[in-house]
Design a protein. Structure first.
Length: 466
């Protein structure tokens, strides 16, 4: 899987992107981007290594590639060259280490990330769950960014009864060069910072422990979630009206997470992490809704994650790296007839069936940053739904199939957003300075559960949605 993404954008918004396996390919990648856009060789560039993981001989490499620092006028033709996935890879490593309960290593990775990007989105709720290392990474090289001409935002009138848009916060001063990139990449907000005027969400849990991967039972009475309690990552159930959480599979001693109810509510698919030393062998298991009759559905072949029942209960959709890259696969409910749906070089993640089973929403880095895409259930007719230099992930179809909720940092922090299924009409549903992630719809589509850090910990909240 590619470790680095380089994107070059000119003032007209034309973009060339290349994914790399290692830093030795920088010269070739930059030359290819320049040639594709027909640009002069004096480029406006920003390099943002994440600590010691990105030791680049910056000047030597760029000069050899014909990319030379110059005056402000000489730097003006191109907006940025960004190593976008360096920080995202650090985050993914911290998340995977936390799932394996290697807390010290997870804290070291997350600490490295936060010291170069303090406001990095946290869709998996690592803040407050892993001990952050005090060892600061090496400082990135000093690069003076040139002035950037930003496109004018598209005017948009908020719907009647909505609150005023939130202002984008200033780039973090503690982020070094990352602050410059945030200011360049994330501003302006394109007139989309609108949130619904709804009553305050109902808080269902108060323990503050790590929680993620919410799913409603088909009868609307129960929420299934991943929780880390007493150092163990496991599946838990929670009454949808609030109350005591109950561990679903108490006999499992190894990490297991990300469960999903079958349409009839009788079965649950989930990820089981069979630890072998420090290495985890992820597979997809299936059990009855009470935890009985637990067995393997998809054996370990690589990284197996995000299992999702089809609306008719006949198939299970999931993410696997068995093709050397995170892609989407389906298999029959009996574990037979495996089929690969996507094969793009970029990671395809967080799949979600449409209610009618004809389409699949997912997040993908195939256009640079993770964006919400949609495709036909057979893997064809792929369309990108969200744009901008933001991180958009975890799409969730609203019952009825006309709208999709998703997690995005386009407001400056992680919030739950809502859009029409064609990608238009974006509305911020949560609008809180904390991290709001993991949207899950109630079966009747009137309520949305999500995980938030707004009260200090990581807890489950439910809000009504008109």
């Amino acid at each position: 899987m590619a470790q680095i993404a380089i994107a070059v954008t000119d003032p007209a918004g034309n973009r060339a992107a290349v994914t790399l396996d290692n830093y030795t390919q920088v010269r070739t990648a930059l030359s290819a981007c320049v040639k594709q856009l027909g640009l002069p060789t004096q480029l406006n560039y920003h390099l943002f290594p994440a600590g010691t993981r990105a030791k680049l001989a910056v000047e030597k490499t760029l000069v050899a590639a014909g990319v030379r620092p110059g005056s402000e006028l000489a730097l003006a033709p191109v907006r940025d060259v960004v190593f976008a996935t360096v920080t995202e890879r650090l985050y993914a490593e911290a998340r995977d280490l936390a799932r394996r309960e290697d807390w010290d290593a997870a804290g070291e990775r997350f600490g490295q990330l936060l010291r170069v990007f303090p406001d990095h989105p946290d869709p998996d709720g690592l803040r407050g769950s892993v001990p952050v290392s005090d060892a600061a990474p090496a400082a990135p090289p000093a690069v003076t960014p040139a002035p950037v001409q930003r496109p004018a935002p598209v005017p948009q009138t908020p719907p009647v009864g909505t609150a005023e848009p939130r202002r984008q916060p200033a780039a973090s001063k503690g982020g070094g060069c990352f602050g410059a990139v945030l200011a360049i990449v994330c501003l302006p907000l394109w007139g989309l910072g609108v949130r619904c005027a709804e009553p305050a969400p109902l808080r269902l849990t108060t323990d503050g422990s790590f929680k993620q991967h919410l799913q409603w039972s088909p009868d609307g009475k129960t929420l299934l979630l991943t929780r880390i309690h007493q150092g163990k990552m496991a599946l838990w159930t929670l009454p949808a009206a609030g109350g005591e959480m109950t561990r679903l599979l108490p006999e499992h001693k190894e990490p297991h997470f990300d469960g999903h109810f079958s349409p009839d509510g009788k079965r649950i698919v989930y990820v089981y992490d069979n630890l072998q030393g420090t290495d985890g062998k992820l597979r997809i298991n299936v059990c009855n809704a009470d935890g009985s009759d637990d067995k393997t559905l998809v054996p370990h072949a690589a990284m197996e994650e995000s299992p999702r029942w089809s609306p008719d209960g006949k198939q299970v959709l999931w993410v696997s790296t068995r093709g050397k890259n995170p892609d989407l696969y389906v298999v029959d409910a009996d574990g037979k007839n495996e089929k690969r749906l996507t094969s793009d070089p970029a990671p395809d993640l967080h799949p979600a069936w449409s209610p009618d089973g004809k389409r699949i929403a997912f997040s993908s880095g195939r256009s640079g940053r993770q964006k919400v895409h949609v495709m036909a259930a057979d893997g064809g007719d792929v369309k990108k739904l969200t744009g901008g230099e933001f991180l958009d992930a975890w799409p969730a179809w609203r019952p009825g199939g006309k709208q999709i909720a998703f997690t995005s940092n386009r407001s400056g922090d992680a919030d739950v957003w809502l859009m029409i299924a064609d990608g238009t009409g974006l509305v911020n549903l949560t609008g809180n300075p904390a991290q709001d992630t993991g949207p899950a719809w109630s079966p009747d589509g009137t309520r949305l559960a999500f995980v938030s850090t707004r009260d200090g910990g990581s807890d489950v909240y439910v809000t009504g949605v008109k």
